[in-house]
Design a binder for this molecule. Structure first.
Ligand code: UDP
Length: 456
């Protein structure tokens, strides 16, 4: 295949939580680097709406067509509130047929240019089979924590070594059956690997993904070389081509940050370096009401200035009078311009749910983290932050109380341990920046990915 305009890349998103945004920013980067190639981005209508800012800020001359994919919900269907997996189950039930239809539509929309490469979220494991049938390369993008990717890849081995019912008896054992995972513990694995419902929608999906990924032409990862050398080495043996292209938000164009509605940056400007804590649990997770009260009380007791990004419904759970008593010393906002907030010199700590995007953003800002993980890859990410990279801490005993909150804040913002974490975070920040600069490893890997999608 030549380098003319006969290339057509179909990109298939996993249309839930924050998965589609990194795939779209990668699409923009690839389309900018390969202007003669046609790009068709396939995602559910609902998820495409959430990307509308990014879609409308694609530079002119970049050829990306966006297609809606049915999400599998029958018309008028009301999602049961008690079953968060239901929408994923409905989507997956008809996804193969719907993705095929969307690809046909994309070929039609491009004036008949056949698809020459499929790029998908790694969760869309069946894209590999489609690519095989079409005899075209398949590139998978893994958007979550890289240690959790390794855990999913080793699922069969871990089940053999640890069993399929590992909690509570083996919870605190080290994962030393995989040498570079030995600082991490069994209980930190994603649910569905050796405990929890091994037959859940996600557990089955990730197991299929682990079987499929070794046949992918390339697997792109939101990390950077040097962060975890032993893990990099292992992943490069598992996959035909392992391409760390992170931190992705530094390497690829990001949609404009939301307006700073609450004046967070102006407020941070009035604070001394590394004195403020930023708190956010991402786009989905929230603290339980009693935990939110403990955090509020811990913040009050610590006297430390804060910005707390909190979903409006959760704000009602704050203790009575908390907002009045902390006015001037803290801000509770419904959504913060997180990249800018973390990048402000006044922010010295980040209380996080350990979502991978948040972690990469905090690493590139050189900000140590205080971890309150919930599900999926988050526990393993928290273990990596505190025991592998050593730029994070958990709450004492893993419980969020007024006392443990105050202790963690004091340790990170005021004590020697925190100073060391900040120093180490600063080193990782430098490494991340170097990797994404021209000639850096992530930048070179992105170029290599462009070659893959152009068929070289
Ligand atoms: N985010 C933000 N403002 C907020 C809360 C979150 O901009 O007030 C962004 C954050 O910068 C990150 C994303 O939302 O890019 C959260 O992604 P992550 O992977 O950390 O967690 P998820 O939402 O997928 O659980």
């Amino acid at each position: 295949m030549g380098s003319t305009g006969d290339h057509h890349v179909a990109l298939i998103a996993f249309p839930f939580s924050t998965h589609a945004a990194p795939l779209f920013s990668l699409t923009t980067a690839l389309a900018t680097a390969a202007p003669s190639t046609t790009f068709s981005f396939i995602n559910s209508a609902r998820s495409n709406i959430s990307l509308s800012k990014a879609i409308s800020s694609v530079p002119s001359g970049v050829k990306i067509r966006v297609y809606d994919l049915s999400d599998g919900c029958p018309e008028g269907y009301i999602m049961p509130a008690h079953d968060p997996e239901e929408e994923v189950r409905l989507f997956l039930k008809v996804a193969v047929v719907n993705v095929r239809k969307a690809i046909e539509k994309a070929v039609e929309g491009s004036g008949g240019i056949r698809v020459s490469c499929i790029v998908s979220d790694a969760f869309i494991w069946f894209a590999g089979k489609m690519a095989e049938e079409m005899r075209v390369p398949w590139v998978a993008l893994w958007t979550s924590g890289t240690y959790s990717l390794a855990a999913h890849m080793y699922t069969d081995f871990l089940r053999l070594k640890i069993g399929e019912n590992a909690l509570p008896s083996r919870a605190n054992e080290p994962l030393d059956c995989i040498p570079y995972m030995s600082p991490l513990q069994v209980r930190e694995l994603p649910e569905g690997v050796v405990f929890g419902n091994l037959d859940s929608v996600f557990a089955r999906l990730l197991h299929r993904m682990a079987e499929a990924l070794p046949s992918a032409t390339a697997v792109a990862l939101n990390t950077f070389q040097g962060l975890d050398p032993a893990l990099d080495n292992e992943l490069s043996k598992m996959f035909k081509l392992s391409l760390p292209i992170g931190p992705q938000h530094l390497l690829t164009q990001q949609p404009p940050e939301p307006a700073d509605t609450y004046g967070c940056i102006q407020w941070l400007d009035t604070h001394a370096p590394a004195t403020v804590v930023y708190i956010s649990f991402g786009s989905i997770m929230s603290l339980s009401p009693p935990e939110a009260v403990e955090v509020a009380e811990g913040l009050e007791a610590s006297g430390i200035p804060f910005i707390w990004s909190m979903k409006p419904a959760a704000q009602a759970q704050l203790p009575q009078g908390f907002l009045d008593r902390t006015r001037g010393r803290g801000m509770v906002v419904s959504w913060a311009p997180q990249l800018q907030v973390l990048g402000h010199s006044a922010v010295g700590a980040f209380v996080t749910h350990c979502g991978w995007n948040s972690i990469m953003e905090s690493v590139t800002a050189g900000v140590p983290m205080i971890c309150r993980p919930f599900i999926g890859d988050q526990r393993l990410n928290a273990g990596v932050l505190s025991r592998v990279w050593k730029i994070g801490v958990g709450f004492e005993g893993g419980v969020v109380t007024r006392e443990t909150v105050e202790m963690a804040l004091t340790e990170v913002l005021k004590e020697e341990g925190g100073r060391k974490m900040k120093e180490r975070a600063g080193e990782l920040r430098e490494m991340a920046i170097r990797a994404t600069q021209s000639g850096g490893s992530s930048s070179d890997n992105l170029d290599a990915l462009v070659e893959v999608i152009r068929g070289y």
